[in-house]
Design a protein around this ligand. Sequence first.
Ligand code: ADP
Length: 184
Amino acid sequence: MKRFDVIVGDITQSDAQAIVNAANETLLGGGGVDGAIHRAAGPELLEECRAIGGCPTGEARLTTGCRLRAKYIIHTVGPVWHGGQQGEPALLASAYRSCLELAAAHGITTVDFPSISTGVFGYPVMQAATVAERAILAFLEDHPEMHQVRMVCHREETARIYRQMYNFWFAATKADRLDVEHKG
Ligand code: ADP
């Protein structure tokens, strides 16, 4: 099993222990992957999110998976893209890191992410992929207990860019440590 992987699929069907939702600050549901997760998880999810009362950009909150196969949903809020000069990369990195820290704090060892911020929020995929992968790979290096983190891209074209950026920036230095069977 690769500790980091990029796959194409529908994240609502994930068999990971936790999936990440690219939500907005209200946590009350929206379009895109957020809408798909709320539809698949059922109305109980909205009740749990209401009780939490929102989430600032760059942070993360945990709910159960409700009717999903995943036991947990980690809701995070990525930044809206305003051209890249308003702290977007730091906020996006923080969103990924916050999700992984929350997962680790709850003993979760497999996490699936959607491509945060690259839909309605407008973050260019190539740049988002670089930020996402840097944050995920740094976390995996520091946390041997995390078995697997995957990017689950809805479209093949998005997955292609995540793979390309991984190969361009990270494969040479990380592949020997991450493309290996997990032995824990
Ligand atoms: P944001 O508001 O953070 O930009 P969106 O939901 O608009 O979030 O888009 C984020 C990404 O999620 C997009 O790449 C979109 O194609 C993808 N997406 C939409 N539905 C799903 C799904 N069911 N599984 C995985 N990814 C999805």
